[in-house]
Design a protein around this ligand. Structure first.
Ligand SMILES: Nc1ncnc2c1ncn2[C@@H]1O[C@H](COP(=O)(O)OP(=O)(O)O)[C@@H](O)[C@H]1O
Ligand SMILES: [Mg+2]
Length: 333
């Protein structure tokens, strides 16, 4: 556990007197400037409530330009990183916490970097023979300076239509488009590039959406996300409240659930995750095969989020889940 974490230097500050007691001072990092700010504020508020009920000394920090100053003021024993998306989930905030010698929850810098970049994560999976849908990835530079557009017909032939186009570094289905024909591809690419400079074209897997959350290297029960409406190609709409039903444990054969959990743990290991994470998979309708789409280093912790639901199905109530995530945070040197 936590193999991906590097030892941080000893913090250049004295332990405050209030640590004499058993109360742990926890700084909850939430909000931030990412597109998933609102989800993070909800995750953070819920985590704060749980920590208070658990008797901790809690300070909430809306992450912005004064983060370092706020952390220096708060002098937390541990930081609970309840951030999603850019900066909070991609290793940036984790690097700062390492530099400051602050203990923090979840995966370390390198695992966050690997998970936040879908292309990098998929390369790691492919190298480790973990099934992930076939893909080709390009930067904007490849299109602007190397004429990558000329390679699109070859790519389209290799992946076959329909194709999914998505930015390498987003969450909550933002910028994910479905291309049914070659005519849909340029528009989908433009949309994806508006979120970042790396985009992937991926084979579309027709089937069921599954997620396996992992806590301390153990897989929790499988959750299935079932869209209510038929327009299942509108990925962004699926994330809107009430557009999707979540079923936990998923109604799949035991061997499918076991295989999904096995794959999730394999990805967790390969990417070097720690603490908790959520692995998103597809169960292909025509072949019954499972493929891994991506890993979320800091999955949502809101009322409707999948990890808390999966934990609940495993008999782990929300407060206990939060307490365990805090306890799992590796000590800093
Ligand atoms: N290759 C694909 N085939 C079929 N559906 C996909 C594919 N990629 C993404 N999706 C759909 O879009 C959703 C979000 O995609 P995902 O890769 O998990 O990105 P994120 O959750 O970070 O936005 C998936 O849960 C799935 O419903
Ligand atoms: Mg996902």
């Amino acid at each position: 556990r936590g193999a991906g974490r590097r030892a941080a230097p000893a913090p250049a500050r004295a332990a405050p007197a209030r640590r004499a007691g058993r109360m742990t001072r926890v700084a909850v990092l939430k909000g931030g400037r990412s597109l998933e700010r609102q989800v993070s504020l909800k995750s953070g508020a819920r985590v704060q409530d749980a920590l208070e009920r658990l008797g901790h000394d809690v300070v909430g920090i809306d992450v912005g330009h004064d983060l370092v100053a706020r952390l220096r003021d708060a002098v937390p024993d541990v930081a609970f990183v309840a951030l999603h998306g850019r900066d909070g989930e991609d290793g940036t905030v984790q690097e700062l916490l390492e530099a400051l010698g602050v203990r923090y929850t979840g995966s370390g810098v390198s695992a966050c970097i690997r998970c936040a970049d879908k292309v990098l994560a998929k390369h790691h999976m492919r190298d480790a023979q973990i099934p992930t849908p076939d893909f080709f990835a390009f930067t904007e530079t490849a299109f602007k300076q190397l004429g990558a557009a000329d390679a699109l017909p070859a790519i389209e032939q290799r992946l076959r239509f329909p194709i999914v186009v998505k930015p390498a570094g987003q969450g909550s289905a933002l910028g994910i488009k479905f291309a049914a024909t070659p005519a849909d591809v340029p528009g989908a690419l433009v949309a994806a590039f508006s979120y970042g400079d790396k985009v992937l074209l991926e084979r579309h897997v027709r089937g069921r959406d599954l997620a396996v959350s992992v806590l301390a290297g153990e897989a929790l029960p499988v959750v299935e996300a079932i869209p209510r409406e038929e327009d299942f190609y509108d990925f962004e709409a699926r994330y809107e409240i009430g557009r999707t039903d979540f079923v936990c444990p998923a109604q799949v054969a035991d061997e499918v659930a076991e295989r999904a959990q096995e794959l999730a743990l394999a990805v967790w290991e390969v990417l070097g995750c720690a603490g908790f994470a959520r692995v998103d998979l597809m169960l292909e309708e025509s072949t019954g095969e499972l493929t891994v789409l991506e890993v979320n280093a800091i999955p949502g912790l809101t009322e409707t989020s999948l990890l808390p639901q999966a934990a609940d199905a495993a008999g782990i109530a929300f407060d206990e889940l939060i307490e365990r995530i805090v306890a799992l945070a590796p000590a800093v040197a």
